[in-house]
Design a protein. Structure first.
Length: 367
């Protein structure tokens, strides 16, 4: 059977499964009422080690259950398929598109060719470390420009929210860095757009993914990585890269929660409302968890033998000046797709300035 045929067969199976709603009898006020049980499969390529997956499991899913239970009309039968059991890294968008799952956490840096808008925080580094502000701003801009929400139609999905678990990107190295010149020739791994953060310093960027960063450094494939404090602790990166260069490149919303459109259309309005409203609350809960863990993770990094190496304001300015104008390139790409990229960038930066963020480089003023 061809892969596409398998996708279609699985889609038809899920449609039948969703249509064959189970019922259970509940005693309510002395009478009987039918409660529909709706099967929903949720996916991400990452394991529950990742903060955004843990918060999805421990907050989003139980909160959806709680809100539906209050009305007593519907119940979700969750099938959790994390750790790449359905889709590997970079494959969640396609898996949702073809109906292999119902709802998922998409990592947007893997799809700059399909949904480039959602990488706006990646192309505007050194702007803010406020992950809650970034996530709310991305959703606000989606609301301002309906075409951003509509582009998910091309991938058979419904946009629910953007989210992020990265308070600020740092660079972790296996050896200490005495000056920015020490980055020259160093091999540093990262994911997608963040690889460009170190190229202006003369480093060799190596494409990888979070789960492989440790082994990359341990085996000498790279001498460092671009990560953030919470991930450095969760993945024990301090064991192989104990020097955190405190550049504070900024917070990013690397996650997008979407739902397969066919599944969405078959759901009752009450369930759709709860799924959508709780997604926004998940966004905010994840931001709170990220902020809470940021400082404690920095402290734990040091406890585990790591060293945080500060940079001066002058060094951060020099680093900022070394970066290519990714924001301009990103805005021009959106314009070519028929989207108002330049205005969207101005809107984003205006919101950051309105919230008095410590902006090192005003990207929209270089268009």
């Amino acid at each position: 059977m061809k892969l596409n045929d398998l996708f279609l067969a699985l889609r038809r199976f899920r449609q039948i499964l969703l249509a064959c709603v189970c019922t259970v009898s509940l005693m309510v006020g002395g009478g009987l009422r039918a409660q529909e049980v709706i099967p929903i499969t949720v996916i991400d390529a990452y394991a529950p080690t990742a903060l955004w997956v843990r918060v999805f499991m421990n907050y989003y899913m139980p909160e959806v259950d709680r809100r539906l239970a209050e009305a007593g009309n519907y119940e979700i039968d969750w099938n959790s398929a994390f750790s790449g059991t359905v889709a590997k890294t970079g494959g969640v968008l396609e898996a949702l598109q073809y109906g292999l799952a119902d709802i998922g956490i998409i990592t947007s840096p893997f799809h700059p060719d399909k949904v480039p808008f959602y990488n706006i925080s990646f192309v505007t580094p050194l702007v803010t470390a406020d992950i809650g502000l970034v996530a709310r701003t991305v959703d606000e801009i989606v609301d301002r420009y309906p075409e951003l929400r509509q582009e998910w139609n091309d991938y058979n999905q419904v946009f629910l929210t953007a989210a992020g678990a990265i308070d600020t990107y740092q660079v972790l190295m296996s050896e200490p860095i005495e000056s920015l010149e020490d980055f020259q020739g160093k091999k540093i791994c990262g994911v997608g757009l963040n690889l460009r953060y170190v190229q202006g310093l003369g480093s060799a960027a190596v494409s990888s993914n979070l789960g492989d960063f440790y082994n990359n450094i341990a085996t000498g494939l790279t001498e460092g990585t671009i990560a953030w404090a919470e991930s450095a602790v969760a993945y024990k990166l301090y064991e192989v890269a104990p020097y955190m260069i405190d550049i504070r490149l900024g917070a990013v919303t690397s996650k997008v929660i979407t739902m397969n459109r066919r599944t969405w259309n078959q759901l009752p309005d009450e369930v759709r409302d709860v799924l959508a409203e709780t997604a926004i609350d998940y966004r905010d809960e994840l931001a709170r968890e990220t902020d809470q863990r940021a400082q404690s993770s920095r402290e734990e990094f040091v406890v585990q033998g790591g060293t945080i190496q500060p940079l001066t304001d002058e060094q951060r300015q020099t680093w900022a000046a070394s970066l290519p104008n990714m924001a301009k390139e990103w805005a021009e790409d959106l314009e070519e797709r028929g989207l108002p990229g330049r205005q969207i960038l101005r809107d984003y930066m205006d919101i950051m300035r309105a919230h008095n963020q410590p902006i090192v480089r005003h990207w929209d003023r270089e268009l």
